[in-house]
Design a protein around this ligand. Structure first.
Ligand SMILES: Nc1ccn([C@@H]2O[C@H](COP(=O)(O)OP(=O)(O)OP(=O)(O)O)[C@@H](O)[C@H]2O)c(=O)n1
Ligand SMILES: C[C@](O)(CO)[C@H](O)COP(=O)(O)O
Length: 394
């Protein structure tokens, strides 16, 4: 298979959207538009590498943003764009190594493309040299003149509205750029046509919209709701943690200080039950674990009340549009007996997660003196959670 690179131009200012930030960073269903777009390309089997082209001042923050959403690695590069879309695309082309055969250019502001459209554009570029996504014009078109007067009607027969991806052999697009010089274009096909390259049409979709004006966000939200697969509506996660007993510590479990002659060792308050719940939520999000978000090398978290960490984890989920549907936690503890404290634990954890009491369950068990917990070396805990997209959890 030819080596294929995707270039995602996302360095625009989004002036027509009228936001105080570039539209490609605006949240769509709780996730930045650009993250949605890049995610589709990371799942495309024909794409070997992705170059995201962003405003120069946002390169570093975009790298972090992608990593926060589990998008990182040698095959995902973020580089600075240029003044015009075509300059940003050229910056992407210049970043590619000579081994790339096919290049797909796709607007970062088009997050709703279907993965199969990427494959079809790629296949067409391999077959014909160049191909773009497009949809047949369905409205009657008018040429407007001064004062909004109609000059004439444009025959819409055989007219197509160009979209992206716009795909071609890398060599053809580089040659087209060389030939075009400073000519202003609004898509790659224009350059290829000017260079005499036959460009083929691949039927796209009306849902592959470019988010350009405020109304487009309303349309995109609705399309996203219909697109969301079950994995984007609900997410399951598991968390596990264990801590050793320590004589000079308080025993904190589920946010409750439990009277006992020993506590648990740890950088924080070592609340093993709450840590397992944090890891289950982060696991459901694909967002790492408690150690990656609250490192035990950071003085900020020395002896921290772990329920405050849980609140921050719940915020991370909320930023991605997820709320806790329910949690089931099992703490494995030979001694002390925890049953009297379970109701308070549930109350504290439910409040921290912003859910009803019935959505958080806490169970305590011994191991009949088997294993490290049975030998009173420490306490462990498992947690399982179900997260749901806002509006889908009841
Ligand atoms: N200098 C530029 C201008 C645009 N783009 C990208 O090209 C795509 C399509 O451009 P458009 O929708 O016009 O985005 P903006 O230029 O940001 O919008 P506006 O024209 O409203 O300012 C977008 O993903 C945009 O980020 C880019 O990478 N570099
Ligand atoms: C490339 C494109 O999306 C095809 O429709 C369109 O030309 C981009 O235009 P913009 O003004 O840069 O959004």
């Amino acid at each position: 298979m030819p080596t294929t690179a995707a270039i995602i131009p996302a360095a625009g200012s989004g002036s027509r959207m009228g936001l105080d930030h570039p539209k490609q960073y605006h949240l769509l269903a709780g996730i930045p538009i650009l993250v949605h777009t890049v995610r589709v390309f990371t799942s495309a089997s024909c794409v070997d590498m992705i170059v995201v082209v962003v405003p120069a001042e946002r390169v570093e923050s975009t790298v972090n943003l992608m990593a926060d959403h589990g998008l990182s690695g040698a095959n995902l590069q973020v580089i600075a764009g240029g003044e015009r879309r075509q300059d940003s695309v050229k910056a992407g082309l210049d970043s590619l190594n000579a081994g790339v055969d096919i290049v797909l250019v796709h607007d970062g502001a088009r997050p709703l493309l279907a993965p199969d459209l990427i494959d079809r554009c790629c296949d067409a570029a391999i077959e014909y040299g160049a191909a773009i996504a497009a949809v047949p014009v369905k409205d009657t078109l008018k040429k407007g003149g001064p004062g909004g007067r109609i000059l004439h009607t444009v025959d819409r027969k055989d007219l197509w509205q160009a979209q992206t991806p716009q795909a071609s052999r890398l060599s053809l697009l580089l040659a087209a750029y060389d030939m075009a010089g400073e000519r202003e274009v609004t898509d790659e096909a224009s350059l290829l046509e000017l260079a005499g390259t036959d460009v083929h049409l691949v039927e796209g979709s009306e849902t592959n919209i470019k988010i350009t004006r405020p109304d487009d966000l309303i349309i995109a939200e609705k399309i996203m709701q219909n697109h969301e697969t079950s994995s984007e509506k609900i997410r399951i996660g598991h968390g596990y943690d264990a801590h050793k007993f320590a004589s000079d510590r308080a025993l904190v479990l589920g946010g409750v200080t439990v009277p006992f002659e020993m506590g648990l060792a740890g950088h924080s308050d070592a609340d093993v039950l709450t840590h397992a719940l944090c890891d289950a939520i982060l696991g459901a999000l694909g967002a790492g674990d408690i150690g990656s978000h609250f490192p035990d090398s950071d003085q900020e978290f020395l002896n921290v009340y772990s329920v405050t960490l849980l609140e921050r984890v719940v915020d991370i989920a909320a930023q991605r549009g997820f709320v806790l549907s329910n949690a089931d936690i099992t703490v494995v503890c030979q001694k002390p007996k925890l049953a009297p404290f379970v109701p308070k634990m549930k109350e504290i954890l439910a409040e921290a997660c912003g859910v009803d009491l019935g959505q958080v369950n806490v169970k305590a068990t011994t191991t009949e003196k088997m294993g490290f917990t049975g030998r009173m070396e420490g306490i462990s805990s498992h947690a399982v959670v179900l997260l749901a997209k806002e509006g889908n959890c009841k």
